[in-house]
Structure formats: structure tokens, C-alpha cells
Design a binder for this molecule. Structure first.
Ligand code: GLU
Length: 321
């Protein structure tokens, strides 16, 4: 049986783009008769706002999406909130440390900024870390340790990675692309890459469908699955939505926040139908429920390029032009 999930970070209000990703992840699971999991990714506590968890749950329910396991309904693989799963991440860290995959990095933010102009290995993943701290001697480490708490980085093995994405197709990533990444920050916070791998594996997720912005994270996650000897899921990365201003949807597009749409009394079916049509799942943007789209859903129908909302879409989605 397939198991899929939607894993929002409660750091901002959900917008139409998040609803679109959630809808597709839900459709994939419902079409296959699998189980759908909701997981709150609040591992980065300083960025998370606990009150948003309830808002996200309310927005998803309003939209017509349900889940079989989640923070509010529980389930056999709980808890479904990352801040309550710290022990699992610490166990994984220990295992990686013992097996020699990690090294402490003492570089400061300023050191990292100074390499910001280096060419990027993976788009959207920031500058490539040049591995400064990888080669430190024991003495150098001890000297640095006395003055600064380190982060822990995963030492990328020197081999290419190939994987097949359900929408983006076959991806071939050169050895070390993106550079060694942080799995635990200097302030002790576990990095997204590690937490998401530990959770997806522990929750038995077979199919990860998520936004295109995370495609570049996938090779890193595949390496973590391998290092932790865990079974990796299948991946499918869905296109992101862009506003009429040409910018990727974000907090700045306030009128496209689910909360704002709800407050205007716009019917969720109108949004579902428009999204289904923009995604080419249906031929006209008529209002419908998520369940009406199950029959129409197929990964093969989903395009690889970003979706640009025009003024007419904006009017339909927000009631304003
Ligand atoms: N929590 C991540 C986000 O909100 C998504 C993680 C994932 O789907 O892998 O962007």
C-alpha cells in the first residue's frame, strides 16, 4: 500500500501554492487507495509559529483534504510533529557520526558569506561549501572547539547520483554537487535534510510528492538514506506557482493566502477547479471537490514547467483582479 504525506512548515500562512502541492500529494495517495499523512515540520523552532499549526489544519480541511494520520488524529507512527521527534534525529546523528559520515564545521556566518560568490553546485541550495573544515587536524579542531560550537556537516561521497523523479524525469548529479551540507546547526537545531529523511523512513512513506524547490535536496536525502541504511521513497516534484508579477508565490502575495481567500467567502471548490485546470488535470476550470479530481489525476499529466497565474486566474482565485 502506498503512503504519502504533506509536510508543511508552520512558519507562514499557507497560500494557493501550498494548497496545490497538498492537493496533488493527496490525489496521488487517494487514487492508489493508500494512506495519507500530515506532518508538521516545526524543527526550526525560532522560525516556527505554533499557532499556525491549527491554521494549517483548518485551511486544509476547509479545502477538502483529509488525512489518515497526523498531529490532530494520531496514528501508528506518531508523534506527527517534528519538535516531538528529537530523539529519533539524535539517534540518526549518532549513527552517522559513528560511521564517519559527519565532521564538525567551525566556519562562521561571515566565513560562509565570503564564499557566497562561489559558483553554485545545485541551484537554490546556496553557495557550495568548499570543505574548509573537512581536513582539520585533531589539534586544529581542539583549538577551534575551545572558542566556537561547531555545526555538523555530512561529507559528500565522491560519486555521482542518479535518480528518477516521477515528474522531472531522470536526474544525474555530479559527485559532491552542492557541497557538504549541515545536518545539525551550531545552535543544536537538526537540519531539514536529516529530519525529513528520518521521518519519511520512520513513517513508512513510499511516495514523496512535494514542490519543485526541493528537487535539489533530493540527492542529499538519497545519500542520507544510503548512509543510514534506510529504504528511500519514490519522489515526484510538482511545479511551483508564480504570481502575475513573475515572482514565486510567497507571503508577499497576501491575497493568495488560504486564510485571506476563506475570509472573503470564496468557495474552496472554485480554487480546486482552477488549480485542477491550471495543472491540466481537467479541461475547464469549473468548481469541484478534491474527490472529483481523483479519477482525473495522473502524474503523467503534470507539466515540468512553472505555472504562471495571470490576472484572470487571480480574479478567479481571490475575487479581485
Ligand atoms: N517542510 C517543507 C516545506 O514546507 C517540505 C518538506 C518536504 O516536503 O520534504 O517546505
Amino acid at each position: 500500500m502506498i503512503r504519502g504525506r504533506f509536510a508543511p512548515t508552520p512558519s507562514g500562512l499557507m497560500h494557493i501554492g501550498n494548497l496545490c502541492t497538498a492537493l496533488l500529494a493527496w490525489l496521488q495517495v487517494r487514487k492508489a487507495g493508500g494512506r495519507f499523512v500530515l506532518r508538521m515540520e516545526d524543527i526550526d523552532k525560532p522560525r516556527s509559529r505554533p499557532e499556525l499549526t491549527k491554521q494549517i489544519i483548518d485551511d486544509l480541511r476547509w479545502f477538502g483534504i483529509d488525512w489518515d494520520e497526523g498531529p490532530d488524529v494520531g496514528g501508528p507512527f506518531g508523534p506527527y510533529t517534528q519538535s516531538e521527534r528529537e530523539e529519533l534525529y539524535q539517534d540518526a546523528l549518532k549513527k552517522l557520526l559513528l560511521e564517519g559520515w559527519l565532521y564538525p564545521c567551525y566556519c562562521s556566518r561571515a566565513d560562509l558569506m565570503s564564499i557566497a560568490s562561489a559558483p553554485h553546485g545545485l541551484e537554490s541550495e546556496g553557495p557550495v561549501y568548499p570543505g574548509t573544515c573537512r581536513q582539520l587536524t585533531e589539534t586544529e579542531r581542539m583549538q577551534k572547539e575551545a572558542v566556537k560550537k561547531p555545526s555538523l556537516r555530512f561529507a559528500m561521497p565522491d560519486k555521482p547520483i542518479t535518480f528518477e523523479d516521477g515528474i522531472a524525469g531522470v536526474k544525474q548529479i555530479p559527485p559532491g554537487a552542492g557541497g557538504d551540507f549541515v545536518v545539525r546547526r551550531a545552535d543544536g537545531i537538526i537540519g531539514y535534510q536529516l529530519a525529513v529523511v528520518v521521518d519519511d523512513a520512520a513513517m513508512g512513506i513510499t511516495d514523496v510528492l512535494r514542490g519543485w524547490d526541493l528537487l535539489d535536496s533530493t540527492p542529499r536525502q538519497l545519500l542520507l538514506y544510503e548512509a543510514l541504511q534506510l529504504q528511500a521513497p519514490r519522489f515526484a516534484h510538482v511545479p511551483l506557482l508564480y504570481g502575475p508579477d513573475g515572482e514565486r508565490l510567497s507571503k508577499r502575495h497576501g491575497s493568495l493566502a488560504a486564510a485571506s481567500i476563506r475570509s472573503k467567502g470564496i468557495a474552496p471548490q472554485r480554487i480546486v477547479g482552477r488549480i485542477g485546470w491550471l495543472l491540466s488535470l481537467i479541461d475547464s476550470p469549473e468548481p469541484m471537490n478534491p474527490s472529483d479530481l481523483i479519477r482525473e489525476f495522473s502524474l503523467t499529466k503534470i507539466q515540468k514547467h512553472p505555472i504562471h497565474l495571470n490576472e484572470e486566474d487571480m480574479k478567479a482565485l481571490t475575487g479581485e483582479a
